[in-house]
Write a protein that binds this ligand. Structure first.
Ligand SMILES: *Cc1c(COP(=O)(O)O)cnc(C)c1O
Length: 222
């Protein structure tokens, strides 16, 4: 199956209210261009340098999503163009994003990453830390960022019940925090679901899925 065919199939399966992020990490620009020519405009990358190189050489109507873990010292390289940062997990990182967004006279949209998996290796905030951040004075002063939603990654397992439990948990956190609206925090986006579990994620309330291998084929490395 070609990239174009994969995208066509996926678009039939994904309801209209769900945004498809095409996860193109490690893939060559020729593959991304095939997806672009098939109409795809949102791409997800997990390394800032790779995303920046692709941004520099590809059409400028592409929306670039940073889906990987972000180191504070790398924020400056993507602040000019990044459309959405999925993996925000600290106030320190929010402050850094705010600082560079301001330099470029932008407001950068972010998702807070919530830890839903049981694996220790996965990043993310606890529910309590999330509430503390959103309610803090320091956060309210960050005028060049806005939190538009939450993101989570389920445990890497074949156990569908486990994954479903984690997705349901994230949805309940999302519903719980939604009323906590502030000037720079309005939760609308729930980013959960990848190639192996996006249907389940959508059933559990996801409205943004991050899909890589089902579009571009398996990766050799991550
Ligand atoms: C790589 C990656 C994906 C996509 O994974 P696939 O299984 O290839 O669809 C989604 N989300 C994040 C955070 C990733 O790093």
């Amino acid at each position: 199956m070609s990239i174009t065919e994969n995208l066509t199939t996926l678009k039939k399966e994904i309801p209209n209210h769900v945004t498809l992020v095409a996860v193109s990490k490690t893939k060559p620009i020729s593959d991304l261009m095939e997806a672009y020519n098939a109409g795809q405009r949102i791409f997800g990358e997990n390394k800032i340098q790779e995303m920046t190189e692709k941004w520099e050489s590809m059409p400028k109507d592409i929306k670039w999503h940073m889906i990987g873990h972000v180191q504070t010292n790398k924020v400056k390289y993507m602040a000019e163009f990044v459309d959405l940062i999925h993996g925000v997990d600290s106030l320190k990182l929010l402050k850094e994003i705010n600082k560079y967004a301001k330099k470029h006279d932008r407001v950068i949209s972010c998702l807070l990453q919530i830890k839903i998996a049981e694996e220790d290796s996965k990043f993310g905030l606890s529910v309590q830390d999330t509430k503390t951040i959103i309610n803090s004075q320091k956060f309210s002063e960050l005028e060049n960022i806005k939190i538009i939603g939450l993101m989570g990654m389920a445990t890497f397992t074949d156990d569908t019940r486990q994954v479903k439990k984690e997705f349901q948990f994230l949805k309940s956190v999302f519903d719980d925090l939604k009323p906590l609206q502030t000037e720079n925090c309005k939760l609308k986006t729930l980013s959960m679901g990848m190639s192996g579990d996006y249907q389940l994620a959508i059933d559990c309330g996801s409205n943004m899925v991050r899909i890589g291998s089902s579009i571009f084929g398996a990766r050799n490395y991550d």
